[in-house]
Design a protein around this ligand. Structure first.
Ligand SMILES: NC(=O)c1ccc[n+]([C@@H]2O[C@H](COP(=O)([O-])OP(=O)(O)OC[C@H]3O[C@@H](n4cnc5c(N)ncnc54)[C@H](O)[C@@H]3O)[C@@H](O)[C@H]2O)c1
Length: 417
């Protein structure tokens, strides 16, 4: 007689946009034959109720993690709360015997990363971090080209990421706008980019020198109101977000603020915003690779420039995501050798889902025994390495001095293998 293995019992905490869509409906639509959703938790009752309806699974609802863990004893908890809360939710879940999938960034400080690493070692649970960009087909192809050795030894990298005035502004409307909650965009956003670098280079960042400024949002503009919905000056602003006019945002956040005061459309020109919007960093790796990185959050374009400079040539891509002109739906990777030959590799552009990374990340996490020839699965160490890089960058920008990652608290736990 064949025995069918019980499906892993998965519970979700944090039913904001990311939790409800990517780790709720899309995960269940794609993989409900392999996992069972056994609990949905959010401290906001309005958002929690909408999420349950939208996900469309009959899972019990909870307003706090402790009750959910006690009631449903999940095998895995997916943590989609604010960045600053990831550590306490992930650690509580691990201590209750669950594996965890933690959205990026894994945490907001070096100390919090160290606590997660310590809890993982103590409980023996598995940690996966939501680094979806590693799984995009174009990223995989770049990794393959690097591994082929065509460009010789990589000596430096140029990596420049652009957020436009729609996407970039969004980080200044809510909790992300304060470093206490997000660690700043050097952690919240750049964790993706630092992780990509760590993964592509298969090396550890050692030292960061960074600069950062607030040049557009926050104190740079005129605050005409507290939230866009109540602002009398929104017609003159250019950054007003119409939550009520967007069915998705309205369902998730339109009235939910009446329960907890969390507004989705706070003014991007609040003077108390304390994160930079313009960032550059110079990163040195233990392999000797030098990286020139930048992140700008009020550009007329979305996308990035990435180039690996090697002893025998260069691999480069200009990844288009949004721009005020038409580009074909193709990602073009150029492999340019010092003998002047050029290989042009064209891959279909994948719109949405982080260039096709989300669905592949979900598969890798759900189908735990999938082969992983390019080491795309990201564990707690990977989560910590990129956060340490962001923390070092912010500290460097604040102090004007370069920061060695080894001088941050908990580095010994990151480097233990
Ligand atoms: N991998 C990616 O590309 C990607 C993309 C978007 C967001 N994210 C990450 O996903 C996470 C969530 O982002 P979001 O945009 O959905 O944020 P959000 O603010 O919309 O959602 C957070 C949710 O957590 C709930 N919450 C807050 N404190 C809680 C608590 N103590 N207990 C239970 N629920 C609580 C809030 O009510 C809210 O519904 C963030 O860490 C973010 O960085 C990752």
């Amino acid at each position: 007689m064949t025995q069918t293995r019980a499906k892993p019992r998965v519970a979700l905490i944090g039913t904001g946009s990311r939790g409800t869509r990517t780790w709720g409906k899309e995960l269940l639509d794609g993989f409900s034959d392999q996992i069972e959703l056994v609990g949905i938790c959010d401290s906001n009752p309005i958002r929690r109720a909408f999420a349950a309806d939208f996900i469309g699974r009959d899972a019990p609802l909870f307003d706090d993690l402790t009750s959910m863990l006690a009631a449903v004893k999940p095998d895995t908890v997916i943590v989609c709360t604010r960045d600053c809360d990831h550590d306490r939710h992930a650690i509580e879940a691990m201590e209750a015997g669950a594996d965890v999938i933690i959205e990026k960034p894994m945490a907001t400080t070096a100390e919090k990363c160290a606590r997660i690493l310590e809890a993982q070692a103590r409980t023996g649970r598995r940690v996966d971090v939501g680094f979806n960009y590693r799984h995009a087909p174009t990223s995989t192809r770049i990794k393959q080209e690097l591994l082929s050795g065509k460009i010789g030894e990589v000596v430096s990298v140029d990596f420049h990421w652009y957020l436009d005035t729609v996407h970039g502004a969004d980080y200044f409307r809510r909790w992300h706008a304060n470093r206490e909650n997000s660690g700043s965009l050097f952690v919240h956003k750049a964790t993706h980019h630092f992780d990509l670098l760590n993964w592509y280079l298969d090396a550890e960042p050692q030292e960061v020198f960074a600069r950062a400024g607030q040049r557009h949002y926050g104190k740079n503009g005129v605050q005409r109101g507290e939230t866009c919905s109540t602002c009398t000056g929104k017609a003159e602003c250019g950054f007003a977000l119409d939550v009520a006019g967007d069915p998705w945002l309205n369902a998730l956040y339109g009235t939910a603020h009446t329960a907890d005061g969390y507004h989705r459309d706070r003014c991007v020109f609040r003077p108390e915003i304390d994160i930079p919007d313009t960032m550059t960093a110079d990163i040195l790796y233990d392999s000797g690779v030098q990286v020139a990185y930048s992140l700008n959050s009020f550009m007329p374009i979305e996308g990035y420039h990435l180039a690996f400079n090697g002893t025998k040539g260069r691999i480069e891509i200009r990844q288009y995501e949004g721009q005020p002109w038409q580009e074909p739906d193709v990602d073009t990777i150029l492999v340019i050798l010092n003998n002047r030959t050029v290989e042009k590799i064209e891959l279909p552009f994948t719109r949405g889902g982080h260039f096709g990374g989300d669905i592949r990340l979900q598969r890798m996490i759900v189908e735990r025994d999938l082969p992983d020839p390019y080491a795309q699965r990201a564990d707690a160490r990977a989560g910590a390495l990129s956060v340490f890089c962001g923390v070092a960058a912010l500290q460097s920008a604040d102090t004007g001095r370069s920061v060695k990652l080894a001088d941050l608290p908990g580095w010994d736990l990151v480097t233990q293998r």
